[in-house]
Each structure stands twice: as C-alpha cells, then as structure tokens.
Design a protein. Sequence first.
Length: 307
Amino acid sequence: MMTVAAPAMAQECIAPANPGGGWDFTCRQIGRIMTDLGLVPNMVQVTNLAGAGGGVAYTQVVSKRGSDPAVFVAASSATTTRLAQNAFAGATADQVRWVGSIGGDPGVIVVAQDSPFQDLKDLVEAIKADPGSVAFAGGSAVGGFDHLKVLMMLDKAGFEDMRAVKYVGLDGGADAITQTVGGFTQAMTGDLSEITGFIRSGDVRPIAVLSEKRVSGFEDVPTAKEQGVDIVAMNWRGIYVPKDISDEDYQAWVEKLQQVGESEQWQTVMAENGLEPYMILGDEFQTFVDANIAEIQEVSREIGLLQ
C-alpha cells in the first residue's frame, strides 16, 4: 500500500464578525505576518463567522473544535465584556485558552469643539453636580465596552450612582461623533483609532486618553491618570485558542504571537491604524482576562445589567 505524505496542516484564524471590522483586521494582519515571518507553513486561512457579537464563533470553537491545534480566534475587549455579562448563552471564559494581546486601541473621551468642558475634571464635576446634564454617546450598545469605559472612569473618579449616568448607544463610532458634534450629547467615548480622523479635522476635541501614557501622534492629549483619574481602558487586540489542545501547542501559539508582536511589520500596522503596543502573553494574559471579567461584572451589576 502506498503512503502519501499528508500536506502540512493549514492554520486558520476565525474572525467572529463580517469582513472590515476589528476582529477581521486582527485575523488578516496576524495571519499575514505569521506567513511573512515563516512561522506557519502555509498562508493562514481567514474564516468570517459572524453572529451574536462573537458568540457564534465562540460556541462553535468550544463545541466542535475543542482540541484543534490549527485554529485561533481573534478577540478583543468586546469578547471579555460579553463573556462577563453572560451574553454568549452560558459560555464562560474558562472554556478556551487565552493566548495574548499584542496591541491596544486606547479609549478616548472627546467633546464638541465649542464645549465648555476644558478637561476631564470639568466633565466629572458637572456629572457629580447634576448627572442628568451630561449625556455620553458611544459606538456600542448599553453595557458595551464604550459604555463601561465611562462607568469605570466615573467609578475611579469617585462617582457612585452608576444608574444616573446618561449613555446613548449607537451603531459605531461615526454615529456617536455626529451626535456629539450636533450637540445632542455632551461627550463621546470610543477607541482612538475610530476617532482619529474626527480629532485631526477638528470636529471634536479630546479631553482624555485612557492609556498608561500619552499616545504618539496625540502628545497634547493628557491621560486620565495625569488628571487624577486612575483608569486605563484599552481595547486590546489578541487571540484565544481551543481549550483542549496540548500545553506544547498552546505554548507554540504564545511564541508565534510574541514573534508577530515584536516584528517590524506589526509596528508598522500599529502606527498606521492608531494602535499602541499592548503585549500581554500566556499565563499573564490569562490572569489579565480573569481580572478584566471580574471588574466588568462588578460594574455591570451596579447598573443592573447583571443580577
């Protein structure tokens, strides 16, 4: 009997959304760089598996591909937010293995160009004086990451009545900007990358970036930390893999992701797309995900999204 050499297995990245969004971007860029660096034998195949805000992909990987060493899945803060809020029909974060994050999109708070608020302190003081006087717009639904950024920021600023905070959830950052420019909302929160163009054109004025330090290209925008509010809210870009693969296979994914994160190609991708380096890998990332989920659950309970 003749034996035929099996072709090297093609790695596959599942983007839990349609082409064009953040998860699709993560898969395509990481996949391309893995191929460029020779970390995988073939081109990485990207599969778009949209539905339930990432839930369809999550459930499918858990139920059908739990031990597949060739598949990895794009993830971000939205993934952990939904898991924290039990939005994936009972799925939990311990049903997969978290590989790492290699970039982050810093959260930013902006106001209209002619807004009376000059800095974060002005905004926080106005909310403390009269919570109903300030409405935030964001590109995610109530309870989504944009909303949570506002709540976590106010929590750190010593404001306690989370249910009194007005938030208007819109379908994407551009719609939220329009509301703020038009004066329908007093402030807007989103990821820096989706708002960059509006900041550069002068449509909106950033009053705080929610990163560890000031962002290159936006050196004049102070961090929330500098303004006395100890919050970092990065929409991280990373991946997870099926739970039942071997420790060796898991470690191999961690190493591949690290090499992508350290590559010149990835530095270029970040610079072109408003991302900041945000590398957390392996066990440290697993710990980070668990802590992130616990914090989101706490805030979500305060606003009545979770029992």
